[in-house]
Each structure stands twice: as structure tokens, then as C-alpha cells.
Design a protein around this ligand. Structure first.
Ligand code: FUB
Length: 325
């Protein structure tokens, strides 16, 4: 049982780990960070990733298997650059990988690639999902079998360009006292390849029932949406981006609204923070990343695992993002 965080892979750089349990094992779907030599900027151009590896493990303390390249950008007809955080869902023994990339116009879209095995290889669909935009897709299957996709990220993730519901190349955020821009959620279609409905806002409320405001940068959504269920409640967790926290909010259904609860993890080494929360053999784990292995390079991150604990009231014990290994 890992009481301390553990870097899972040191042979290549891996970030944004999304974990699921398939066929009795933990499968991890991270981004594959590379040193592309692109200068850092506020739109994240330095995160210029070009493929995805898939990993698996049977023991959170044991070996991690690298299954190699599962999808390469050269095999995605519509994608030009920046394959950011992906995730996978399984339906009837088929695996669907959802991934963002910038298209030929440098606009983030979300694509789907399909495989008969969780580790791939995955075959990309020729076009992105209809009506898709922004970044960081993550999947959630509710107990009734319904699959949902959560997505979105502001700043480099371009979510602020959809304030009116349709694309406008205006990167201005809302005014500080206006409600914060929300992540999005949609039910997936029966064939898992499209949205089954127009994406809805994932609204996060404060303790008084008021939507969090743009100026509330320690609590509002920035990127990395993730949904999990614990004791019948829906836990929406996310990164606050420029304040470097992983936070969570709880609701009664997959669409929300969700009420802000607190911090899952304090800042890690590196600018970004990103995660998934998964139950395996009766224990809960936080998968996340930091830039310690690369000596602090924000674009060269390494994925980690640490135990996640709940208090008796269902709240999550805050994890120190800088704890020693
Ligand atoms: O990995 C590229 C981007 O960095 C992700 O999409 C964000 O969530 C952040 O981790």
C-alpha cells in the first residue's frame, strides 16, 4: 500500500494520468510529454505532444507495464498538433479513446479512436466528434450503464472562446464578478462516437448556492475535469490552473450542480496539476503528476500514484502535493 507518492514511470515523461479498472487491472491513459523545443507561453505551446502510450498494473505497489504507442498523431487525419490529456471508456468489450488535438486551424477539437483492447492500438475516426471543442475529455460510466464525457479548459484550452455557445476567436475571460466559465458534460451516444446531447455547463456552487465567480481563482474550474462516485454521491474534481490546486465539488447526479467542498491536493512541482481518482480492490487512489523528475521543467512531467482517503462524512483528506517519495 503506497503511503507515500510514487512516480510510476521514469523512462519517458508522462502526464495527466486517467486511470480505469478493466479486466481486473488498472489501466492508465496519460499524455506523453516530449521536449519539442517550443518556448513556454500562456497558451501552452510548449506542450507539443504527438502520441499516447497506455500503461497497466495489477498491484499499486508493483510493476507498471508500458504497452507502447497506442495512437500516433500521424494516424489522425484531422489533427495538426498538441495531443493533450486523453481518456478511455469501455462498452460491450470495445474501448473508445477520447483525445483533444488542435486541428488545421489551430482550434482544439476532440477525437475518438477505437480498439478491441484497452492497451490498443487505437484506430482514429477520420473526423473529430461533431460539435466538440476545448480539451481534457474524461469519461464516467454511471451505475445504470450510461456513459458521460466531461471536458474543457480555459486559457490554452480555449474554453473561453465559446462564451456564446459558438466559436469566437476572443480569448478574453469573463469579468471578475461574473460567474466563472464552467466545464462541460454530455451523455455519449449509443455508439460512443458522438455527443448524445448538447454539452451542458458543470456548475460549481459555493456553500450559499451561488455559482463560483471568475475572480475566485482558488476554487473555480480551470481544466482537468474528472468524475467519480462515492457512497452514491457524484464527486466532480478539477484543477484550478493558475492557482495550482486540485479541488472537488459534490452533487446528486452526473450533471450537477455541484457544491464546492475543498482541496484534494496542494500544488505540485511544475505549473500544471491533473489527476484521476479510482477505486481498486476496495482502496482509493489519486493518480497525478509533477515535474520533479525533470528538475522542474513544466512541460516534462511524470505520473504518480498516492492513496486517497475519505473521512466518515465523505469529505476527502487533502493530500500534500509536495510530499517526499
Ligand atoms: O498536458 C497538457 C495540458 O496540461 C493538459 O491538457 C492540462 O490539463 C494540463 O495538465
Amino acid at each position: 500500500m503506497p503511503k507515500k507518492p510514487r512516480h510510476l514511470i521514469k523512462t519517458i515523461y508522462t502526464a495527466d494520468p486517467r486511470a480505469h479498472v478493466y479486466n481486473g487491472k488498472i489501466y492508465i491513459f496519460p499524455s506523453h510529454d516530449i521536449d519539442a523545443g517550443i518556448p513556454e507561453d500562456d497558451t501552452g505551446s510548449h506542450f507539443d505532444m504527438r502520441d499516447y502510450h497506455v500503461y497497466s498494473m495489477e498491484d499499486p505497489e508493483g510493476d507498471v507495464i508500458d504497452h507502447g504507442v497506442a495512437l500516433d498523431i500521424k494516424d489522425v487525419p484531422w489533427a495538426r498538433r498538441q495531443m493533450w490529456s486523453n481518456d478511455v471508456a469501455c462498452k460491450n468489450g470495445t474501448y473508445y479513446m477520447y483525445f483533444p488535438a488542435k486541428d488545421q486551424n489551430d482550434i482544439f477539437r476532440i477525437g475518438v479512436a477505437v480498439s478491441d483492447k484497452p492497451e490498443g492500438p487505437y484506430k482514429a475516426r477520420p473526423e473529430p466528434m461533431k460539435g466538440s471543442f476545448s480539451i481534457d475529455p474524461s469519461t464516467f460510466q454511471d451505475d445504470d450503464g450510461t456513459h458521460y464525457i466531461y471536458f474543457g479548459g480555459i486559457w490554452g484550452g480555449q474554453l473561453q472562446r465559446y462564451k456564446t455557445g459558438k466559436y469566437e476567436p476572443d480569448d478574453a475571460l469573463r469579468k471578475p464578478t461574473e460567474p466563472a466559465i464552467c466545464a462541460k458534460v454530455a451523455r455519449l451516444s449509443g455508439d460512443m462516437l458522438e455527443f448524445a446531447e448538447p454539452p451542458r455547463d458543470v456548475v460549481i456552487l459555493d456553500a450559499y448556492g451561488t455559482p463560483l465567480k471568475t475572480q475566485d481563482e482558488n476554487r473555480r474550474f480551470f481544466e482537468a475535469p474528472w468524475m467519480h462516485k462515492y457512497n452514491g454521491k457524484y464527486y466532480f474534481s478539477y484543477s484550478t490552473g493558475n492557482t495550482h490546486l486540485l479541488c472537488y465539488a459534490v452533487g446528486d447526479n452526473p450533471y450537477g450542480p455541484f457544491t464546492y467542498q475543498g482541496v484534494v491536493m496542494t500544488p505540485v512541482v511544475g505549473w500544471t496539476t491533473h489527476h484521476s481518482i479510482v477505486e481498486y480492490k476496495g482502496k482509493w487512489y489519486l493518480f497525478h503528476h509533477d515535474s520533479k523528475v525533470s528538475g522542474g521543467k513544466t512541460w516534462l512531467r511524470s505520473m504518480k500514484i498516492i492513496d486517497l482517503n475519505y473521512r466518515s462524512d465523505g469529505s476527502i483528506e487533502t493530500i500534500d502535493g509536495n510530499a517526499d517519495e
